[in-house]
Every structure is written in C-alpha cells, then in structure tokens.
Design a binder for this molecule. Structure first.
Ligand code: GLU
Length: 406
C-alpha cells in the first residue's frame, strides 16, 4: 500500500516546481501543526476490555478552525490521517470557506462492533480530545464509515464535558441535533455542480456515460444525481461487487436489490464484474467514490474513461496522475470535486453559531455558485500555468493560505 502522506507531499513538491511560493512556506506546509495519537479503552459487550487506537491531525488553521472528518476503518493509520488532513486544508481553501484542515480516525472495523460498543468508542474519542476541539478551534465531521448518528453521540459527549451550548463543534449531525438540510447529498451534489461547470471545457458530451465506484453516501447520491440530470449511469460497485449494464442501470431497482440481498451482485439484466474491471470500462466519466490509491501506476494505462471526477479523497496516485495526463484523460481533483461536503458542513457550523436553520433550497442555492466559482478559478489557474486541474487547485489554495499566513 502506498503511503498516502508521501503522495500528498509529492503533490506539494510538484506544485512548488510549477509556481514559486517560496521555500519557507512550502517547508511549513510539509508538517502538520500537530498530530495526536490516542488510545481509547472500551468495555466490550462481553465484559472484556479492548483498547483502540485513534487520531486527530490538525494540519493548518491559517484560514480558520481545523476542519475535517473522522474515519473508522481497519486500515486507518497516522499517515493516512495526515494526508487527509493536508488535503482538507487545500480543500477548504479551494472552496473559499473560513476553515483550516484537520482529520481524525480510529483503527477499527465498525461492522464488527455492536451499536453500544460503537457509541462507547465514539464517545471515548471525544473524551480524549475534548480539550483541543471547539467551534473556534477544531470542528470534526463524518468521513468513511461515520454517520450523522455518530456525530450526535459525539456532540452530546462534547457538550456534557465542556458545557458548550452550541452544537457547532461537530458537523454532519442529524437535523434534529442541529444538522443542516442537504448535508447528506452535499458531496455528491457539489461534485455534480463542479462537473457541470467544467463539462464543456474539458470536452465531454452533453449526455455522459458514467461509471461510479462506491455506492455509499457519496457514490450512491452521485449516481442518483447524475441520472436525474439526464446522464446514463452504466456501472456501479460496492466493496464486494460491481455490475455493468451498457444501456444504463435503473438505480431505484439497484438500491432495492442491494437492500434485499446485501450486495449488488446478480442484479437482473446486468453483468457481474470485479471492482478492477469497473475502473477500466470505457465511459465518458469515471467517478471513484470510495478509497484512496485505486488508480495507480499498475492500472492507469488501462483506464478508458475520457475524464475522472474524484469524489473519494486521493484515489489517484501521483504516478498515475502523470500517466492519465499524458493519455489526455482529464482529472477533476478531489479537493475540488468533493468539496461540496465540507462547504455544507461550514454552512451547518454557521447556522449553529447564528441559531438559524436554512431550507434545503437555501443551502443548495448557496452551494452552487461557490462550486462554480471554484471550478472556473481552478480551470483558469491550470490554463495560465499550463498544467492540469489538480495543480490549478493547489495553486489557488496555496495562494489563499499564503496570503493569510503572511
Ligand atoms: N469527510 C469529508 C471530506 O473529506 C467532509 C469533511 C467535513 O465536512 O468537515 O471532505
């Protein structure tokens, strides 16, 4: 497995070669402000004690409080969390929201825990870190395998421990706990707005054939939104299975099938394929919406999509980026493509602090122009510097962070 933090730093090195930001600034960005490892002792349902390893990385807060999700996954480790925290700093700057970059996690397979164990673990994470969290210090949110319900436990624990009255320390909460309308769809919808803003400029047809890897909150919502807007979703996958149907999948039926059988496999009328095969299908748009490092040196040459929209964080390694660029495959980078999620998280924080509750329409009406503005600025930066969109995004973000740090 490639070290995601090394990949993130390789991206930083690359941008420093394209535009001169000064060595001191780049050196500063090579280290997080702090990275914290914690152990969380939990009493399991059978009475035994288990100790889990958890993390919070606070990367950079030049633009505002550290912001970023918490990931629960058996492979989660400090280098992954550091990379994700760095990307959050870039992402918040790209989205032009007053937030810095952070990320957290626990090394755990949450599917192996009972609900009670999961709740104790989540509350335990907050107990260890409550000193450094806060609406103006560090504001966590959901990420892979963490849900609004988990955010509700966490914010409850935080408020009990600190006496804080607003729920603004956590975002991605359920609506009844102060969550924002539209937060669930925000990442997929933001990705669609970005795609729609850049579609013609990157040479994609009006109606695209779309392949989506991942059918969770992000991938599932993205699939629905693309289909609703007249595009044809020909293939989707989850962690265990993948299916393809050339003339398009009926997503409502796919969802029902997954609910009933627990997997996408054997969906009537579709062909079962592997996750690897899914990535290599010919299409207009490939949307990795699951994990990092899925397009690497090993398979980049076999990618046949015309463009890639990165809804996952870090799905393409730096080596694969170069290969795709040479093949003329346009990549809309994660820090832009999935920034709708953190943007609506920022709206949630803002609503909590002002004691307001916006309608879904208000939320999406604010989100759309922000995504379009970021997309167009990045396109311009890439063009001016004769580079690809990821570097355009990094240039825009570093300009904004540097200005604040000075
Ligand atoms: N986990 C999401 C991301 O990677 C959202 C973070 C947030 O809302 O703070 O962008």
């Amino acid at each position: 497995m490639q070290n995601p933090f090394q990949n993130a730093m390789a991206q930083l090195d690359k941008v420093a070669k394209i535009k001169n930001f000064g060595e001191e600034f780049i050196t500063h960005l090579r280290q997080p402000d702090r990275d914290i490892r914690i152990s969380i002792p939990i009493q399991m349902d059978n009475g035994s004690l288990n100790i889990f390893e958890g993390y919070r990385v606070e990367y950079n807060n030049a633009l505002g409080p550290y912001k970023g999700g918490i990931r629960y996954h058996p492979d989660t480790e400090i280098n992954e969390v550091k990379a994700l925290a760095f990307w959050m700093a870039i992402k918040c700057a790209v989205a032009n929201i007053p937030m810095g970059g952070g990320k957290g996690g626990i090394t755990v397979d949450p599917k192996k825990l009972s609900k009670g164990e999961l709740e104790r673990l989540s509350r335990g994470w907050v107990r260890r870190l409550s000193d450094i969290l806060g609406p103006h210090k560090d504001v966590p949110a959901p990420d892979v395998n963490t849900t609004p319900e988990i955010m509700a436990w966490m914010v409850d624990e935080y408020m009990k421990l600190t006496g804080e009255k607003t729920g603004a320390t956590f975002t991605g909460k359920p609506i009844e706990n102060g969550g924002s309308e539209g937060r669930g769809e925000a990442t997929g919808l933001g990705g669609f707005y970005v795609f729609d803003s850049l579609r013609a400029q990157i040479g994609l047809p009006e109606k695209c054939k779309v392949v989506i890897q991942g059918f969770g909150n992000v991938g599932g919502n993205a699939a629905r939104i693309f289909a609703k807007n007249g595009h044809t979703v020909i293939a989707v996958s989850d962690s265990k299975s993948a299916i393809v149907k050339e003339d398009g999948l009926d997503l409502k039926k796919v969802e029902t099938h997954k609910k009933e059988t627990g997997s996408l496999k054997d969906f009537p009328g579709a062909k079962n394929i592997t996750n690897e095969e899914l990535l290599e299908l010919p299409s207009d748009l490939l949307v990795p919406a699951a994990f990092e490092n899925v397009i690497t040196e090993a398979n980049a040459n076999s990618i046949k999509a015309k463009a890639v929209l990165e809804l996952a964080n870090g799905p393409i390694t730096p080596e694969a980026d170069e290969i795709l660029f040479k093949k003329g495959i346009r990549v809309i980078p994660d820090v832009l493509a999935n920034s709708g999620g953190v943007t609506v998280s920022y709206f949630e924080w803002d609503q909590n602090l002002k004691n307001e509750h916006w309608t879904e329409k208000q939320v999406f009406d604010k989100l759309k122009p922000m995504m379009e503005d970021a997309s167009q600025k990045i396109f311009e930066r890439a063009k001016e510097n004769k580079t690809y969109l990821r570097m355009g995004a990094f240039i825009l973000a570093l300009e904004r962070i540097k200005e604040k740090m000075l």
